[in-house]
Structures are given as C-alpha cells and as structure tokens.
Design a protein around this ligand. Structure first.
Ligand code: PLP
Length: 415
C-alpha cells in the first residue's frame, strides 16, 4: 500500500498509516462491524472529489462544476436501487447514525415517541440512548430480547407498542445474531399506527446479497451503513418509497448536513458496483457459514452463545457461566494481546457494567474478505478458546500469535 505522497510531506502520518495497514494485515479483525474495502474503493475515497462542494442533489446543485459529482452520485443511487430494490435512495448521509437522524428529523417532532431495542440487548445508541440526541429530544421506551431464548420478544414488543403508542418503531440491531422478522414488526407498527424504521447497518451486505430477508418494501424507512457487511467505504444510506422521498432528501440536506462527502459517495458507487457482481453473493453466504462455524467451535469448547447460535455474520458470547471470573473486557484485552481483535459487549440481562460487560461479540465479515473459510475459522475459534481459558498466560498468547501469523500469511490482505 503506497503512501508515498503522504510520506513526502508528512512522515509522522505516513508512519501511522502504514502501521495501520500492517496491523490489519497481521492480526485478525473480528469486530463485527468492520471489514476491508477493496483498493478500488480506497482509490475512489482518496480522490479529488474530496475537493468538490456539491450541496443539493444531482441536477439540482447549489454550486457549479458538479457534472462529474452528478455522474458519481447517480451511479451510487442507481446501483443501490438495483441492489436493494428500493424506490428512493439517498446516498449522502455521512454515517449510519446520520441516516437515522434524517429519518427522525423528517418524521418526528421533539417529544414524539420512539420504541426501540434496549442497547444492552443489542440495540444502537442512535435508537434512543440517553447519551444520544435521540434520548434527549424524544420520549423513548425500549423492548427486549427474551432472556431465555435470546430472540426478540415479538409478543412483548406488540404489548408494549399497544400500551406506549409510539410514533416510530425501530428495528435492526448492533449485536443480534438472529434473522429479524421485519413483517412481524411491520404488523405491530400497522396495528398501533406507527412508522417503522428498519436499520440494517450491520447486515446491509447480507440483505443486498439476499442471505438475510430484506425490509425494503416492508418498513417505511430502511437505513444502513456502507462499511460493515457491504464494502463500500464509511458512510450511510437511507432507502424509502417515493411518498417520503422529498421529506428524507431535505432532512439529509439541508436539514442535517452540509455538502456531501463526494469522495465517499464515489466509494459507495464503487462498492455497490462490486456488490452487484455474483462473487458478492458468495462472499455474503461464506460470511454467514463462517460465523456458524465459529459459533459451533466456541460451543464445542464450552462457551455459551446468546440465542445458542447465529443466522448472520456475528456471534455474541456470554461468558458468565463458562468463565465467571473473566469479564468481556478481560477477554478482549487478552485476545488483542494475542492478535485477535474483537470487542467486549453487553449481553441480555447484563449484570456487570456497560464499560466492562459480560460478553464478547465476534464477527466474520473481515476475515471472510481476506479469504478465510470454515476450516480457518474453526481454528480461529480454537485460538479464542485457548486465550480466554487462560487469559493471563503469556505462553499461550505467544503460541496463539504464531498461529495467527500463519493464518494471516495464508490469507494476505492488500498485497
Ligand atoms: C453501526 C450501526 C449504525 C451506524 O453507525 P455509524 O458509526 O454512525 O456509521 C447504526 N445503527 C446500527 C444498528 C449500527 O449497528
């Protein structure tokens, strides 16, 4: 990876950029929300479009010179429409959170009611957490997963919706390993006359590839990130029907953002184009197969998984029974010291603090991008078990680091 232009003027930044490439190459990236984009996407993002102001939308900009910006944004929109079968797409949100912000800003007034999944049960900050603007501007109630099964408690959600009468119900989650029943949630929304926002940030790629059911055409609004299971570079997207198109567009700009990050819109165009290739379906299916193999291996080694397994790209491990003296933070630290990077995560009915919770979340999107198959991932599961079984043991870490290095060398990244 060539950072020569940066190095010529700024060796300190160039060193850090190169060190980051090396870190990604030489350790296992298992944070479930991360992935590796192609060099084509990196190239589009690192292009001269970063210089261009393009406030407005294709054909209706507030600045001159937007001809090529229009071409790029139209490609991103058309490809997203084809991928997801959406009627209307806005590719300008700077992030998934800002995609959600656009929906709330377009459809809600301060004080309106949001019903969303509890953060500790797999929800997201932008769904009404007190630390986020959503928790401060709106009235929020939260639903939960069933503590026994780990699945969304759809009956509980329906009862809660009848009592709370929300203006919007939010589905789509950050740490939920199971298929989401969009239609069930839509029928709850219909019953209580609420809007439905399906936030597919984590599973954008799985939905695009058809390996997870799609909420497009079911929910009123579908938001997503473009850098998790789809490899289109950092950013967000909103999809909706023609009926809400103008509301959403003006909530994104000028409602919540200024000029779009056109270099990132170019990244989205390239990444969506890649996702339209047949190889992407294979990638998404392999990502899910790998998460299954990882989950099975961890269960074989005595770990418990929330919901017992996975239907998607991630597993959520509850350490409380198998490793009562090891917190999620302890496990995360020990694994990072062994070159396996994932994150501590809360689990349903969390008994520790959110800053050092009882679980770890592990995903396979990035490993699958660099070529890992089920056998590789089973070995990764064994390595995770070895480290978490002996989190203080430097000899174990040392030998796991060697196995990680072999796996990385066999599956090179950014050659
Ligand atoms: C990751 C995520 C987002 C978006 O996050 P950004 O960091 O703002 O791009 C939104 N919703 C959910 C459920 C997520 O998991």
């Amino acid at each position: 990876m060539d950072h020569e232009a940066v190095r010529a003027v700024d060796p300190a930044v160039a060193d850090a950029l190169e060190a980051e490439v090396e870190r990604q190459r030489n350790s296992l990236q298992m944070i479930a929300s991360e992935n590796h984009v192609s060099e084509a996407v990196l190239g589009a993002q690192g292009s001269a479009l970063t210089n261009k102001y393009a406030e407005g939308y294709p054909g209706a900009r507030y600045y001159g010179g937007c001809e090529h910006a229009d071409t790029v944004e139209n490609l991103a929109i058309e490809r997203a429409k084809e991928l997801f079968g959406a009627e209307h797409v806005n590719v300008q949100p700077h992030s998934g959170t800002q995609a959600n912000q656009a929906v709330y800003y377009a459809m809600l007034d301060p004080g309106d009611k949001i019903l969303s999944l509890d953060l500790n049960h797999g929800g997201h900050l932008s769904h009404g957490h007190p630390a986020n603007f959503t928790g401060q501007l709106y009235e929020v109630e939260q639903y939960e997963v069933d503590a026994e099964t780990g699945y969304i408690d759809y009956d509980g959600l329906a009862e809660q919706a009848e009592a709370f009468e929300p203006d919007i119900i939010v589905s789509g989650y950050s740490a939920y390993p199971r298929e989401i029943e969009w239609e069930t949630i839509q029928s709850v929304a219909d019953t209580v006359d609420a809007l439905h926002l399906a936030d597919i940030a984590h599973i954008t790629g799985l939905v695009a590839a058809g390996v997870h059911d799609s909420p497009v055409g079911v929910a009123d609004f579908v938001t997503g990130s473009t850098h998790k299971t789809i490899r289109a570079g950092r950013g967000g997207i909103v999809m909706t029907s023609e009926a809400y198109a103008d509301d959403i567009d003006s909530a994104v700009f000028p409602g919540g953002q200024g000029g779009p990050l056109m270099h990132n819109v170019a990244g989205k165009a390239v990444g969506f184009g890649e996702a339209l290739e047949p190889a992407f379906e294979e990638y998404a299916a392999q990502t899910v197969a790998n998460a299954n193999a990882l989950g099975e291996t961890l269960v074989d080694h005595g770990f418990s998984l929330v919901s017992g397994g996975t239907d998607n790209h991630l597993v959520l491990v509850d350490l409380r029974e198998s490793h009562p003296d090891t917190s999620g933070g302890d496990a995360e630290d020990a694994l990072e010291a062994a070159d396996i990077v994932l994150n501590a995560n809360t689990v349903p009915d969390e008994t520790r603090s959110p800053f050092d919770p009882s679980g770890i979340r592990a995903g396979t999107p990035a490993l699958t991008t660099r070529g890992f198959d089920e056998d590789d991932v089973r070995l990764v599961g064994e390595l995770i078990a070895r480290v978490v079984d002996a989190p203080e043991d430097e000899t174990v870490r040392e030998s796991v680091r060697e196995d990680v290095a072999d796996l990385c060398a066999a599956n090179p990244l950014y050659e």
